[in-house]
Design a protein. Structure first.
Length: 243
């Protein structure tokens, strides 16, 4: 089922609860009432076509057609990605760390696997934050500069090609995904059972949800943003501009 502008926004969330996070990254709060997707987007000054494209590719992988994103300003994509970063850094990851810390109260004080788990996750947090900083301090500003060059049809004052950075950026995505997979393996194989199994289950579910969310996030970057950047570079190179 594809999501349309005529559907009620509340029905969209009830049909696929994972889309609630996507909707909120457009800075659309709860309180949809009986409004349609189109009405909610108009109320919060969100472009309807862009919203529908993003929501539908998160809802249905077969919907993705990166070519359609050429019609949207690259700033819109970057703004969405930055809002997702804030969700991960400010809430999702700290919440998982808090749950892991709660296990210290639920298991034997001599149990070493809790320390292993915490240390492993904190290493993951460090890698993840480094990746986010690279995106927001290097990759995104570079893309904005490319876009401005195309708008102004002027040459830059020089700088490095973005291609090596993009290749490294792709590798960082793979490393982050592999580390999160390893964390799940440690949890499932070695974590001692707590007194309250609900705590354990909630932690497992939250990590699986985070993994799915990050995979979707990476797919948007790699299958939508990257092709746009490559096309921008090719256009500038063909004009003889120096990147």
């Amino acid at each position: 089922m594809h999501i349309t502008g005529e559907m009620k926004m509340v029905d969209v969330v009830q049909h696929d609860i994972q889309l609630l996070a996507v909707i909120q990254r457009f800075e659309i709060p709860l309180g949809f009432r009986e409004r349609s997707v189109k009405e909610v987007c108009q109320e919060h000054e969100v472009d309807l076509d862009f919203f529908l494209h993003v929501v539908n590719i998160f809802h249905d992988k077969d919907f993705l057609d990166w070519e359609k994103f050429r019609n949207f300003p690259v700033e819109w994509i970057i703004r969405y990605l930055k809002n997702a970063h804030r969700c991960y850094v400010d809430y999702r990851i700290p919440e998982i760390e808090r749950q892991i810390q709660n296990f210290e109260k639920q298991v034997d004080t001599n149990e070493k696997n809790i320390d292993l788990l915490l240390n492993f996750f904190r290493k993951y947090i460090k890698e993840f934050n480094t990746h986010i900083e690279q995106e927001e301090n290097k990759v995104f500003p570079y893309i904005i500069r490319l876009n401005q060059l195309l708008k102004d049809k002027t040459t830059s004052n020089g700088g490095d090609s973005v291609q090596p950075l993009m290749m490294q950026y792709h590798d960082d995505h793979n490393n982050i995904e592999e580390t999160l997979f390893d964390l799940k393996s440690i949890l499932l194989k070695y974590l001692p059972p707590p007194v309250n199994n609900c705590l354990y289950n909630n932690l497992i579910f939250d990590i699986f949800r985070l993994e799915r969310d990050l995979l979707d996030h990476a797919e948007l970057e790699e299958k939508v943003l990257y092709p746009i950047v490559r096309e921008m570079e090719e256009l500038l190179t063909s004009k003889g501009d120096k990147l």
